[in-house]
Design a binder for this molecule. Sequence first.
Ligand code: ZN
Length: 136
Amino acid sequence: MGERISRDFTWEEMTYSRVAVENGLLNEPPFEVRLIMMELVKRLLQPLRVAYGKPIAITSGYRSPEVNRLVGGVPSSQHVKGEAADCYVPDPKVLLDVLLFSKLPFDQAILYKQKKFLHLSLRVNGENRYQVIINK
Ligand SMILES: [Zn+2]
């Protein structure tokens, strides 16, 4: 899983989970989920990375149903579908501004100010909601 998905994103960072490692779980996305993750990267994360102009660290991409349960995610989480990634940057509000200015497609953007990350999702099949949520 060491290969690149795009210029700046690898399968490793899109599937890494500390909780999975600690619990001896594989956290490997099935083939159909990998296809969706490729679209998430190609249509949203990579163009956003280029527009932002600085590295974006993925702290949580794909989560298997079991990993998602262990981290306390809702069962319907888009992380399980390969549609979401948590993007850690020093200034996540700026990343959100760049996203909104860029007109890139997204389903949900949730800004976590204190934890300094932006949860981003994209629906590959179906309508995107362009929903922005600001959290402390
Ligand atoms: Zn998330």
